[in-house]
Design a protein around this ligand. Structure first.
Ligand code: 1PR
Length: 562
């Protein structure tokens, strides 16, 4: 008896479990069809593809019992796919049917004039009380229930909140009788999300399972606002590795060199080669940045603990501990590839990623392996991959929104008058009066690198970005070896180039040295998010100051964090 959570074996259900523990609610997992009878409240936190959810529930014999539970009148709370499954079907997986409780289908966002997936913090406006100040929640999805009261009043009457993304208004939560569902992730929406879960659980069961439909007779027509409320995201990133004594620490390099500079023997000269810079403990810093209002946290394992068996990865323990105290999305990168444990057990990239998702990661970030996959796709001359790359296998199981590709580009300077290589269309011509000495009168293209910048490849960033989007990446994180740790500002040329190649969200990284650099990057490049490391670790700039600066310049940011 009591609260049960439904897990169909994909996606990060650990985040919800951690939220409930934090809020002091005990729960059990549905492990067999008969458990539905024991449940007096049920939460279904689904992420990933509609098809994967329906298929897995069917295979485990849980789909029919779920439908019976929802129809029984007992309280049900569905999150993301857990909400979408209430609908009849989804354009994402035309051969699969949902529970059909809400009488319409889920459709893809129109991506002709906006980035898809819809990823980030947006407002959820109450349909019945439009004047109430909306709350901001974290969304990540490519498909949605469009709000169309004129065509489908029966479906629109389920809408509890709506959200505008670009020129489309969709149903961001549904509510009727015992059924509640949110397209957004309350378990990843900081204090606002935790409060929403807590309120639902603390409302008396009789009230949550009110038998009478609360439908509006005729759902209102809503007009489009001039701008949606999707906020630009500020991400705090931690490069994690072991120091020389084997302790896991957060470090930070200059142009990827993380060792302290030491005197070289000649007066006034320094070279690198000292101890690994130690800027703090990963979980302590993650928790500090969450409290300071970071919209996402990113942990990169920058030396992939290559000799540990998968189950003993020290990074897994860091992710588990961070997920217990961070209730915004957590991205984990480094070493997401096919690996072989020391005992010769082969582990696929999907298995490695699955371990991180189970530990509490929401997204995984793929670096070197994405470069190899893009090179393979280009060499094949095909538009689509063969389904075997890490990007494809992970996106197929967990949804493309869970797959970030992290690019580590390096400038390759050339003479534009003689350059006849394959990247002529991507050449950047630095003006003579550029504010940056490294740009003045020079020309370059951006090459991809692997192994944390140790090896430069001949594939360009645009080739890579297009290829990984075709393979199923849901977001691209753009570092810059030239700007990393310099504090000179983000590389706008690089970011504009990549923004022009892809539809998926782009995250700017490397070079932030002042709060104004965030303003520059959003105004000059249109990226969806900006990430920084050094300035936050050294406490030179606070996340709140960055957001205040952006808000003052009319850039939408999430400012209500508590
Ligand atoms: O190739 O899949 O194992 O992934 C390795 C991951 O580790 C990649 O995401 C790669 O970017 C990262 N990485 C590898 N070596 C380093 C290094 O620094 N030696 N860090 C490294 C990359 C870049 C950002 C940094 C920003 C912002 N560091 O993580 O946080 O540049 O810094 P700033 O704000 O201080 O300028 P795989």
């Amino acid at each position: 008896m009591g609260l049960f959570l439904l897990d169909y074996g994909a996606g990060n259900v650990q985040s919800l479990a951690n939220s409930l523990t934090k809020l002091g609610h005990s729960f059990q997992w549905i492990s067999s069809p008969t458990d539905f009878q024991k449940a007096t409240s049920l939460i279904f936190p689904g992420v990933g593809a509609f098809e994967t959810a329906v298929e897995n529930l069917t295979k485990k014999g849980l789909l029919e019992p779920l439908k019976e539970y929802v129809q029984s009148g007992k309280p049900y709370f569905g999150i993301c796919i857990g909400m979408q499954i209430l609908f009849q079907a989804s354009e994402e997986s035309p051969n699969f049917h949902g529970l059909g409780v809400v009488p319409t289908t889920i459709n893809r966002f129109d991506d002709s004039a906006k980035t898809v997936p819809h990823m980030g913090w947006n407002s959820a406006d109450l349909v019945q009380s439009p004047d109430v100040e909306p709350a901001f929640y974290y969304f990540v999805h490519s498909y949605c229930a469009k709000y169309r009261p004129a065509d489908r009043p029966d479906a629109a009457s389920w809408a509890y909140t709506t959200t505008q993304y670009g020129g489309e208004i969709f149903i961001s939560s549904v509510r009727r009788g015992n059924v509640f569902g949110t397209q957004f992730h309350p378990e990843k929406s900081g204090a606002a999300g935790l409060a929403l879960i807590d309120k639902w659980l603390r409302t008396p069961e009789a009230e949550r399972s009110a038998p009478k439909p609360e439908a509006l007779c005729s759902p209102p027509t809503l007009s489009l606002k001039p701008r949606d409320n999707l906020s630009k995201r500020i991400i705090a990133c931690m490069d994690v590795r072991s120091d020389d004594d084997g302790n896991l620490i957060v470090t930070k390099g200059d142009q990827y060199d993380v060792r302290e500079k030491v005197p070289s023997g000649h007066s006034m000269q320094v070279k690198t080669g000292g101890a690994v810079r130690n800027l703090g403990k990963p979980v302590t810093l993650a928790s500090k940045y969450y409290a300071a209002g970071a919209d996402e946290i990113c942990l990169l394992n920058i030396t992939s603990f290559r000799h540990s068996p998968l189950q003993d990865q020290p990074m897994l323990a860091v992710v588990r501990a961070a997920a217990e105290c961070v209730f915004v999305p957590l991205t984990i990168g480094g070493g997401i590839k096919d690996t072989i444990d020391p005992d010769k057990t082969k582990r696929s990239a999907l298995e490695v990623a699955s371990e991180y998702f189970r530990a509490g990661a929401d997204k995984v970030s793929i670096g070197s392996d994405a470069v190899y996959a893009a090179e393979k796709l280009l060499a094949s001359g095909q538009k689509h991959g063969d389904g075997t790359s890490s990007i494809e296998t992970i996106a197929h199981t967990y949804g493309r929104q869970a797959v970030v590709v992290s690019i580590d580009p390096r400038r390759v300077y050339v003479d534009p008058t003689t350059y006849d290589g394959p990247h002529q269309d991507e050449l950047i011509l630095g003006s003579l009066d550029s504010a940056f000495e490294s740009d003045r009168g020079r020309s370059w293209w951006y090459a991809c690198t692997v192994s944390g910048g140790r090896e430069t490849r001949s594939i360009s960033v645009c080739q890579l970005a297009r290829a990984v989007e075709a393979l199923g990446a849901g977001e691209i994180l753009v570092n810059s070896i030239d700007r990393d740790g310099t504090g000179l500002g983000f590389d706008s040329n690089l970011l504009r180039l990549i923004k022009g190649c892809v539809k998926v969200p782009v995250v700017a990284s490397s070079g932030a040295g002042r709060k104004e650099h965030f303003l520059d990057v959003f105004e000059q490049t249109g990226v969806e998010a900006a990430l920084a490391a050094g300035i936050f670790h050294r406490a030179e700039v606070d996340i709140g100051e960055v957001k205040e600066c952006l808000a003052r310049h009319d850039i939408k940011v999430r400012t209500h964090i508590s």
